[in-house]
Design a protein around this ligand. Structure first.
Ligand code: ARG
Ligand code: ASP
Length: 720
């Protein structure tokens, strides 16, 4: 490495007080981090990562669909993301004859690449600080309401004006809780095709059991390609479209990682809340999450019981189980992490220092008041949050009720509704009905209904609950089971045949009767209670909290540089492109336990269990393992490395993000975090917050040796 003078100086300045790891940095402002990144080992410049004057790495990082990240790895628009990000598309292309979820999918030629209508890929072209323009007219005297109105109008004007000057999609995004604004220019690609995916027992190896857990052995990747029209511009799918020629694509490193290596992750983190006051973190981690976890535990126990008994039910409830289970497991980790790593205590200590700082000058009083004023709002908010939580987590987890809710629109049809509109509603309800019953098992739902309604009723006071819960007391003497029996017996929505009959012979005159179906009545009772008693109050609390958060953030932005000059401020994740960096390394999750930083194929063989799909190892993988046929993808220790962890500050949305080395070459794909560190969205602790990535060498090994899809390897740029 060629050490520049500036690196040497930074090493001296930063020596000892490097607070690496925490932070999700705005790429356009990365110059501020450059010295620290280089001191940690980075050999490139901030300008190599993000530039609007020449091609840079940002031209190869995209928002994949609406919630993941992807990266471009060839000059023909080849794109990598996670298997769990491509999952929905793999599923959509699967049929009984071509089950790509189970068997994997490999397009052996470009012609075989499968269009995915509806899937988009978004690329940031430029971002410009427009804080002054957005806050134009705002003064110290402006009230919160006036400010909100002004900001809204200014943004609208700005977007409209800018749209006239550019072909790109323009948005304005708020950073630091409305203390800074950026105008974003995005290019949106619409012809994306599926190129490859490993079988789920590789791409999802370990399933929900291993989810959020280290050590991990998941080959969590899938491959797509971006297509454009003949002029190289984004276009809807057409046979005539051609592969996209990107301004930049990543070079892939086959060197792997060593402990303490510098890495960075470039992607689209969705939401974090690192600057909340302790009252809020306390409500989150000690009030709301425990309720959600408890309700979901009860539901998942019921799912498990039936899934274990019946193979068909296991498949029917696999995706529902994964959906509920992902958050359930994460929030348990958050609760535990906040407790054992003293998250609340740390926040309180910070608040004491903050109040001391506020006391030092008269013009800081508003910052002190903001912090103080959170407490009463959160106290009020709790009641409404609980009501909402029970409605969504308990009430709407009864599948019969959520499904029936979709029919409310049909129930509102009158004789004046145009026939075409009715036909549209009916045809979409037909599709929904088919999908619903394919994966519906009534005994599960009945048991969930009894359990959830009991919990709902027990938790919400009589004068603050949907009428239907009080009726259980009145009509059924509190016997929830008796009510549930009635509900499932009388509702038409337990029978696919009857629902289809209803849809086939539907006339507006029947709408009124439909609304009397007990499942719709139950839904309406819950929703109307929410609409009339919770919704507006909740929004009001939330608006007040957001205003306080803006002022508290402003206070922190002034205080932190003064009191903690070593601490660099970064804005919470907001689904915009960010850079985060940290070093490779294991950790000590608890007393006497130490985790190494990487896993290997040996671990897959140790976890193998032919009876559990998530742990099935295919013959092909066995063959390659037995022959140690890893080619150039083996580590220098001779083994096949599968995944590794590092101290990068990531969150949901970072899935599929490239993890890069000191030269900016691709080392792997980020896909998860360690369970002990899931609290990182609220409080970051570098000793346990680690991101998990699949090693790019394992990905290439699977594409090349396992699937024989060598044409893809040939178009990549690989550094040995
Ligand atoms: N925990 C990871 C991320 O939120 C991966 C989730 C998908 N994998 C799974 N087994 N459910 O969101
Ligand atoms: N698994 C997450 C995702 O899907 C990443 C994370 O939460 O660390 O984006």
């Amino acid at each position: 490495m060629k050490r520049t003078l500036s690196t040497i100086i930074t090493v001296i300045i930063f020596g000892g007080i490097l607070r690496a790891d925490e932070g999700m940095w705005i790429p356009a402002l990365l110059q501020r981090n450059e010295a620290e990144m280089q001191a940690m080992g980075m050999k490139i410049t901030a300008d190599d990562i993000y530039s609007i004057n020449h091609s840079s790495m940002k031209d190869a990082v995209v928002l994949f669909g609406g919630g993941c990240t992807g990266e471009i790895v060839s000059d023909q628009g080849l794109l990598l993301t996670n298997h769990h990000c491509g999952y929905g598309w793999i599923q959509r292309h699967s049929t009984v004859e071509h089950d790509y979820l189970t068997d994997g999918f490999w397009a052996m030629t470009m012609e075989e690449e499968l269009p995915c209508p509806g899937l988009t890929v978004t690329m940031l072209k430029n971002m410009v600080d427009v804080t002054d323009k957005v806050l134009e007219g705002v003064t110290d005297q402006t009230t919160d309401e006036e400010r909100a109105q002004l900001v809204k109008e200014n943004i609208k004007k700005l977007v409209e004006e800018t749209e006239k000057t550019t072909e790109y999609k323009v948005t304005v995004e708020s950073f630091y809780q409305g203390n800074q604004y950026f105008l974003m220019y995005n290019e949106i690609f619409k012809d994306i095709r599926m190129v490859g995916a490993p079988p789920s027992n590789i791409g999802k190896f370990g399933g929900d059991t291993d989810n959020w857990v280290w050590p991990r052995h998941t080959g969590d990747f899938s491959i797509f390609r971006v297509y454009v029209d003949k002029d190289g511009k984004p276009a809807e799918y057409s046979e005539d479209n051609v592969p996209y020629k990107p301004d930049y694509h990543f070079t892939i490193s086959l060197k792997g990682v060593e402990k303490d290596d510098f890495t960075f992750v470039f992607g689209y983190p969705a939401r974090t809340n690192e600057y909340l006051p302790s009252v809020a973190v306390n409500q989150e981690a000690n009030v709301i999450y425990p309720v959600v976890v408890d309700l979901r535990t009860q539901i998942l126990d019921i799912y498990n019981k039936y899934q274990e008994k019946d193979a068909k039910v296991r498949i029917q409830y696999a995706s529902k189980h994964a959906g509920l289970g992902n958050g359930w497991k994460k929030w348990m980790g958050v609760i535990e992490g906040i407790r054992s790593f003293k998250g609340i205590e740390k926040k309180r200590a910070f608040e004491t220092a903050y109040n001391d700082w506020c006391m030092q000058a008269r013009n800081r009083m508003k910052y002190m008041h903001a912090l103080r004023d959170f407490t009463p709002v959160y106290e009020e908010y709790e009641k409404y949050r609980m009501a909402t939580t029970y409605m969504t987590e308990a009430g709407f987890s009864i599948e019969l009720i959520s499904y029936a809710a979709s029919f409310a629109e049909l129930g509102e049809v009158t004789k004046d509704t145009p026939q075409e509109e009715i036909d549209n509603i009916i045809s979409s309800l037909k599709a929904e009905t088919k999908a619903f019953f394919k994966d519906y098992y009534q005994p599960i739902d009945e048991e969930v209904a009894v359990t959830m309604l009991e919990a709902y009723r027990a938790a919400q006071p009589e004068d603050f609950r949907p009428e239907i819960l009080n009726e259980i007391d009145k009509k059924y003497k509190g016997d929830v089971k008796a009510y549930v029996d009635y509900l499932f017996k009388k509702s038409i929505f337990t029978s696919e045949e009857n629902v289809n009959k209803l849809l086939d012979g539907f006339k507006p005159a029947k709408a009124k009767k439909l609304m009397k179906d007990p499942a719709i009545v139950a839904y309406n009772s819950m929703y109307e209670f929410y609409r009339d008693n919770v919704k507006d109050k909740s929004k009001e609390c939330n608006d007040r909290i957001n205003n306080l958060r803006r002022v508290y953030m402003e206070g922190q932005m002034k205080m932190i540089p003064e009191v903690y000059p070593e601490r660099n401020l970064y804005p919470d994740a907001n689904f915009t492109l960010r850079v985060t960096y940290g070093k490779v390394g294991g950790f000590k999750p608890k007393d006497a336990v130490t985790y190494r930083h990487f896993t290997t194929l040996d671990g897959i063989m140790q976890k193998e269990n032919p009876d559990i799909y998530d742990y099935v190892v295919t013959d092909r993988l066995h063959e390659l393992y037995d022959a140690k046929d890893y080619g150039r993808y083996a580590d220098k220790d001779g083994s096949m490395h599968v995944a590794f962890i590092a101290g990068n500050h990531t969150t949901g949305g970072n899935s599929g993000s490239p993890i890069l080395n000191a030269e900016g070459q691709l080392l792997g794909l980020n896909f998860d975090r360690t369970w002990e560190g899931t609290m990182s969205d609220l409080v970051y602790d570098p000793s346990i917050c680690k991101n998990i990535s699949v090693d790019i060498r394992y990905v290439l090994f699977l594409i090349d040796k396992y699937a024989g899809c060598t044409r893809l390897i040939d178009e990549m740029t690989i550094a040995e």
